[in-house]
Every structure is written in structure tokens, then in C-alpha cells.
Design a binder for this molecule. Structure first.
Ligand code: NAD
Ligand code: ZN
Length: 354
């Protein structure tokens, strides 16, 4: 069956467009007239915090993204919001990187779907629309602003709430918000996009929909990370958007599979985990890895080395099992016959090198 793909219905793009947020929200203040802004904690006390268009009943909650989002954290914020008022807010606005945007999506959904968020980790388990939600990236690369998932770590698994209801209603893409991100974080999150494109374009699931978006996103990534352009923030923002659209209609591959294993056992974050894995994947994606190394050199990025050296055999095995459990990613990377090609032994050898 072909995917009937739900998209974000409204998008505003351009320098300073964050200032239009108050206007955008005005017509959505219908019932409780209350908006809840979930803002990445890094912006506490910043100019951006002062620009959040707070009205009398609105609430601003700083989201602690020291760790990637957990289901328990989503449920706690949902409970706090519900306890603060009898009426649901008219909107949830997520301002931050992929972690904060995913928190905003999840909180919006859990305000209207009963129970605990870990019960909805999976595909199409969410049955009711959440409250109106807006995504405003302050880092670009994950594609979380366009995707139909919000990735959460629950008591037993790291898995998103994947559903059509998960998609934002509005995106605000203001390149001013990403321009001051620390260079290493900017690079790691940007590489998530570069790697999405390589994995989609070189995967067996590729089709013209995914290729059209993926090729443009890739060209933009190369301009951003291998050349020098005054408008590189604009380019990276659009690369992330298009990269997200590309994988929405294809799939990621070997690098993301390895990165999920690192995240589960070592808590390695998505962007840097992808870089660590991709750095070892020249046999899979030779041209992509060559470009990636050039990008690291140009931006003087030094990855941590041998992060798996102190792991026990049991932890290595767990990592390999998580990694090999991601069938669609491997099928996309290597074809239907992937189990004969990607043995556990090969996965363990790759992990030893990371
Ligand atoms: P992030 O949101 O985890 O943030 C990384 C760090 O950068 C944090 O310390 C944050 O405080 C800081 N930060 C954010 N914006 C900043 C800015 N402008 N200036 C200074 N510091 C800033 O990073 P990310 O790479 O954007 O997101 C990774 C998360 O996204 C993971 O949780 C991953 O699971 C998720 N993800 C989701 C999707 C999806 O489709 N929903 C796809 C890929 C990844
Ligand atoms: Zn990714």
C-alpha cells in the first residue's frame, strides 16, 4: 500500500518571521484562550525568551533536554498543564531543537489521549487529534519539524508516537533562531540531515518523491558544510525540511540502525551517534563518508574515540540486537536479502571500532 502522507498545513519561512507568531496564534485563541510555550531550557534568560508572545493566561515551560525526551517527562508536563486549569490550552508551541519539538508534539497528543504516553509508542496507536501545535526549530537537521513522529524513550523501548495526528499544524522557520547554535551541535544536528539523505538516496526504498526532496536537501547540505555562503542558515533550514520530507517517503539505513544501538545502551544522542556510526561506514556509503570526513575537517570537528571500549560482552550483544532488530532500516540499506549480508559478527566489529 502507498503511504497517504499527512503534511504540516501551514509554514512560514524567513528572517524575523518568529515575530509573526503572536498574529498566527491570535485566531487560535478560541476556547481557553491559553497557549502553552515549551521552550528549550538553553533559552532561559535569553533574548528569545523575551520575544515569546505571552498573553495573560499563557504559560511558558522550560524543557530540560539534557537527556532525550522520556515518556515520563511528557506525562509529567501533561499532568502539570491539566492541573493548572480545567480547560485544555488552545495550543502547544515547541521552541527548540528536535528534542523540544518532539516534547511539544507528544504533550499535545497526551492532552487529549487518555493514559500514559508509553502506551502509544508504536504506529497509529494515537486515536484522537491533539491540541493545535506549532513547531519552531532552533537547530536544523532532524526533520522533526515535518515528521509524523516524536521519538520518546519509554520504560522498555525508544520509539516514537507515529501517527498522522503527530504532525504539527504550523511550522515557523526563522533562520535567525539557528544562527547562534554552538558549532559542534550545529554540525551534529546538520549531519543528521546529510545522513538521512545519503541513506534515503542510496537505499532500496528510493522513489521519485523521496529522491526529489532528498537530492535538493543533499545539494543544500553540501553548500552549507563544504562551501561558504552568507545565507547558509536559510539553506540548512530548508535542507532539514526537505530531508524530512524525503525520509517520510523512504527510510533511513545502516547508520541510524547503529546509532539506535548506541543510544539505547550508552545514551548517546541522535546527532553525535549518527556521526560516530557514519564515520565507520565507508564500505556502505563510500562517497557519503568521504564527503562527511571533508566536512569534519573543514569545521574542525573532533569526534570522541573508542566510546565502546569499556562495554561488557553482554552490552555489545544488546547493542547489536537492538541494531539488527530494525528490519526496515536494513532492508532499505541492503535489500530483502539483508540478513545474509549483515551478520551479528559484522555489527559487533563495527561497534568495536566506534
Ligand atoms: P536537541 O534538541 O536534543 O538539542 C541539543 C542541544 O542543543 C541541547 O542541549 C539544546 O539545549 C541545545 N540547543 C538547541 N537549540 C540551540 C540554539 N539555537 N543555541 C544553543 N543551543 C541550542 O538536538 P537535535 O539534534 O535538534 O534533536 C535531537 C532529538 O531529535 C533527539 O531526541 C532525537 O530522537 C530527535 N529526533 C526526532 C526526529 C523526528 O522525526 N521527530 C528525527 C530525528 C531526531
Ligand atoms: Zn536522524
Amino acid at each position: 500500500m502507498h503511504r497517504n502522507f499527512k503534511q504540516v498545513s501551514r509554514v512560514v519561512f524567513g528572517h524575523g518571521c518568529f515575530d509573526q507568531l503572536d498574529d498566527i496564534l491570535k485566531e487560535k485563541r478560541i476556547n481557553s484562550k491559553k497557549m502553552v510555550f515549551l521552550v528549550d531550557h538553553v533559552f532561559k534568560g535569553s533574548e528569545l525568551e523575551k520575544k515569546v508572545p505571552l498573553h495573560k493566561n499563557d504559560e511558558l515551560i522550560f524543557v530540560d533536554v539534557t537527556y532525550e525526551p522520556k515518556t515520563s517527562y511528557v506525562d509529567k508536563i501533561r499532568d502539570d498543564i491539566k492541573n493548572s486549569s480545567d480547560l485544555l490550552p488552545d495550543g502547544i508551541i515547541g521552541i527548540g531543537g528536535g528534542s523540544t519539538m518532539d516534547m511539544a508534539k507528544a504533550v499535545s497528543l497526551m492532552l487529549t489521549n487518555e493514559g500514559q504516553s508509553h502506551e502509544y509508542q508504536g504506529w497509529d496507536l494515537i486515536k484522537k487529534p491533539g491540541v493545535y501545535k506549532v513547531g519552531i526549530p532552533t537547530l536544523s537537521g532532524t526533520g522533526a519539524e515535518v515528521s509524523r513522529t516524536c521519538v520518546l524513550t519509554g520504560p522498555v523501548r525508544k520509539l516514537g508516537l507515529n501517527s498522522d495526528y503527530t504532525v504539527f499544524d504550523q511550522m515557523v522557520l526563522d533562520p535567525e533562531l539557528i544562527k547562534n547554535a554552538p558549532r559542534d551541535q550545529w554540525f551534529y544536528t546538520g549531519m543528521d540531515c546529510f545522513i538521512h539523505n545519503i541513506e534515503a538516496l542510496e537505499g532500496t526504498y528510493i522513489n521519485e518523491f523521496a529522491r526529489a526532496y532528498g537530492e535538493k536537501s543533499q545539494a543544500l547540505c553540501e553548500q552549507v558544510f563544504l562551501e561558504d555562503h552568507p545565507d547558509s542558515d536559510d539553506k540548512l533550514m530548508m535542507a532539514s525540511y526537505f530531508g524530512g520530507m524525503s525520509i517520510a517517503y523512504s527510510q533511513v539505513g545502516a547508520c541510524h540502525a547503529l546509532s539506535y544501538g548506541l543510544a539505547f545502551v550508552l545514551g548517546v544522542k541522535h546527532g553525535i551517534g549518527n556521526c560516530l556510526a557514519f564515520n565507520q561506514l565507508e564500505d556502505f556509503y563510500p562517497q557519503g563518508v568521504e564527503k562527511f570526513k571533508k566536512m569534519m575537517d573543514k569545521h574542525k570537528i573532533e569526534l570522541p574515540v573508542k566510546i565502546t571500549k569499556d562495554l561488557s560482552q553482554q552490552q555489545f550483544e544488546k547493542m547489536a540486537d537492538i541494531c539488527l532488530g530494525l528490519d526496515p532500516l536494513w532492508e532499505n540499506a541492503l535489500g530483502k536479502n539483508w540478513k545474509n549480508i549483515m551478520t551479528k559478527d559484522k555489527v559487533l566489529k563495527l561497534y568495536e571500532k566506534i
